[in-house]
Design a binder for this molecule. Sequence first.
Ligand SMILES: [Zn+2]
Length: 418
Amino acid sequence: MKSPLSLFLCVLLLLATGCMHKKHPPTTQEIAKQFAPPSLDDAMAVIDHRDDWTTLPELHVPRNPAEKFLKDMTIVLDPGHGGSENGATSTMKDESGKTVTLREADANFRVAKLLERLLKDAGANVILTRHGDDQMNLVDRAEVANNAKRVDGGTGADLFISIHHNSNTKNPSSNYTTIWYHGDADNAEVSIDAANCVAQELANQIHTTVAVTAPLMSDLLMYDSGFGVLRAAKMPCFLCECSFVTGATERQRLRDATYNLREAYGIYLGLCEYAYCGRPTQTLPEVTFGSEHVTISTTLSEGLPEWWGKERSRILASTVQVRFDGKPVPSDFDPKSKKLTAILPISSVDARLKNKPLVFELHFENMFKHHNYPQRFEITADPSGPKATVAALGPAPLSSTRPATAGTRGAATTQSAR
Ligand SMILES: [Zn+2]
């Protein structure tokens, strides 16, 4: 039997916990109020009607649990166009019958501001290239990302995203999402990791169709030297063409900032997924000049949380590759210690006598098939001794990777729209 004092304490405790739990968080799905929960046939009937559900659902923007992996990531957002540069435009009647013009520059800016807020709420370090209806050239936009201060004190954003909307006056029913990476796929692995997640989530949120081909495209399809804004960025980057301003329904929707929020939310979800799958990296490789060979060694990192599970390697050993002069060289990877060593096919003497730095590449994937970054390194040998400095490089410049069969379309300049 309880004493009066313990009963009193129990009442106090109940009152206290009652107060604490007064505000219940919303559940993910309300539990059915019926006596019997809906049957499998009832659920099948919902699927029978799936084609009737063509309208966008009520707007909800819950936090994605994986947003925690975006914390401290430096992301530069670039709302395309601005100032006297409208981007694509579309003229229509508004609700009162007045003629209004939708500027792509404005829609891009609204999406970027809303995305900035979602990403900042997730703890990411977000920087915008323009803060109002300003005119900026393409190189200056990329320079914001190249010069961005990271949380770890370093310089250079982790990711650069240019936000645009597409246009097709010849076929106004076009409304698909495309994401553009720079150069060839082999040289844009990390950009594609992120772009792939964003393409799917963005299209899901705003119900654009999937184009005839895959939604990820190389900017070499548009210009011989790709998009100026991506070419000038020294980190993983991509350009979103979220939807088409020329579509009869889409251009009305794009005027609505809550619709722009759906776009921003889709990009946010894609970035959560990208971060969730990890951003593999490695220690800065060390170089040893032996009597005959140049040996490099580094420790790979899966880019995944160091929690229970890390005891088993989450790197796909079959994907580990070191390349020198574009060709794979023999390497040894120990999945337990995650140490990688490789021998470059060049003698120590030759390496030291070279007047220009040696460049080698390192590629691998974690179990989510996300690629490591950085992937290129430069060794500058000291001619007088067995010492060398190693520096990480950004993606290879286009000229060294472009196929000889590339098209002959004009080169993009800093004056181009993208
Ligand atoms: Zn544009």
